[in-house]
Design a protein around this ligand. Structure first.
Ligand SMILES: NC(=O)c1ccc[n+]([C@@H]2O[C@H](COP(=O)([O-])OP(=O)(O)OC[C@H]3O[C@@H](n4cnc5c(N)ncnc54)[C@H](OP(=O)(O)O)[C@@H]3O)[C@@H](O)[C@H]2O)c1
Length: 315
């Protein structure tokens, strides 16, 4: 369906593939940590960045899937530098263990891609007692980013190359609860709505990147933070869609982006020189886009930051 979609002035649009978005870019020397890198658009992002020369550390919770993902990339690109590491974003202990293990490897870190996600699942609590979509999609990434931030700053300082943080959000951030965030009720089963909870967590991804970008600018760090919607892509993300919703998702899926197209905006924001010094923005189809009014509310982003610090401080 790519022929239906136009391209913007920068030459990129909905039909752009990850390969096109990174054409001619030499990423050798860059180290990337990518969450949710074993499946879906994550694994395609990993293979694209690795094919451009980056050392990609794919992080995920199922190491059998990880080994298969790594093997698949190496089969196509034997020269690729890819590693797998264990990370369960729904567990603060696991996030802390990952950061400790990463730090023990004494690697630089140029790029952090917060890609992993769950969508529209039935109500569940994470290992730390937080609503699962908020915990996985937002809190786990919030904690991970904070734990890796010094390394991102230090790498930028020692290399003179800007470090980048990329949060995978979704257009679904606009379908959140009234008020944007369910302040004081995030973990309440009563009133839980699987789609609104997904929207809330994806709104949090945008607000996280925006508030982080503001803080990084304020301190003069050579690190950017942006968020993006990858498009609609048929992946395992739809695993919780059953009944008529599942049928509809499969029908509309036939009009979806391909996985290479779905990985394009992530690869663009992570690597492209056009994005140098751009921070706090939301991208769609490799272009800056306007998110919802809640996502533009600076007070909401600051309040969410404080709440996230409080929630992730729990040991
Ligand atoms: N596909 C779309 O249409 C679409 C649209 C908008 C936004 N997005 C966003 O794009 C991102 C990638 O989605 P996708 O379509 O590639 O989905 P996917 O194929 O389901 O991949 C998601 C990845 O996240 C991992 N993950 C889930 N929970 C995790 C946890 N607790 N700890 C560590 N890893 C975990 C999954 O691992 P397991 O296999 O172990 O669960 C999987 O590798 C998500 O953030 C999603 O919200 C996707």
């Amino acid at each position: 369906m790519g022929w239906l979609w136009g391209r913007s002035a920068n030459g990129f649009g909905a039909s752009t593939s990850a390969e096109e978005a990174t054409e001619g870019i030499d990423a050798s020397g860059l180290t990337v940590v990518l969450t949710g890198g074993f499946k879906g658009i994550g694994v395609y992002t990993a293979r694209t960045l690795a094919n451009r020369g980056a050392h990609v550390i794919m992080a995920g919770r199922n190491m059998t899937d990880g080994a298969a993902a790594k093997e698949g990339i190496l089969k196509d690109f034997p020269q690729a530098k890819v590693d797998i590491m264990e990370l369960d974003l729904a567990s603060f202990d696991s996030v802390r263990a990952f950061a400790k293990e990463f730090s023990s490897r004494d690697l630089p870190l140029n790029t952090l891609i917060n890609n992993a996600g769950v969508m529209a699942c039935p109500f569940q609590l994470s290992k730390d007692g937080y609503e699962l979509q908020f915990a996985t999609n937002h809190l786990g990434h919030f904690l991970l980013t904070n734990l890796l931030l010094d390394k991102l700053k230090a790498t930028a300082q020692s290399t003179g190359i800007e470090s980048r943080i990329v949060n995978l959000s979704s257009a679904a951030h606009a379908w959140t609860y009234k008020g944007g965030i369910r302040w004081g009720k995030i973990n309440e089963e009563q009133g839980y709505h699987n789609w609104k909870a997904y929207g809330q967590s994806k709104l949090a991804n945008i607000c996280h990147a925006k508030e982080l970008a503001r803080r990084l600018k304020e301190e003069g760090a050579n690190v950017t933070a942006n968020s993006l919607h990858p498009g609609g892509i048929n992946t395992d993300l739809q695993r919780h869609l059953v009944g008529i919703v599942g049928v509809a998702a499969r029908f509309f899926g036939s009009f979806a982006k391909t996985v290479p197209q779905g990985a394009a905006t992530t690869c663009y924001v992570a690597l492209h020189p056009n994005v140098k010094s751009v921070s706090g923005e939301y991208f769609v189809n490799c272009n800056i886009a306007q998110p919802s009014s809640y996502a533009k509310d600076d007070d909401l982003s600051r309040r969410l930051w404080d709440l996230s610090v409080e929630m992730t401080s729990k040991s």
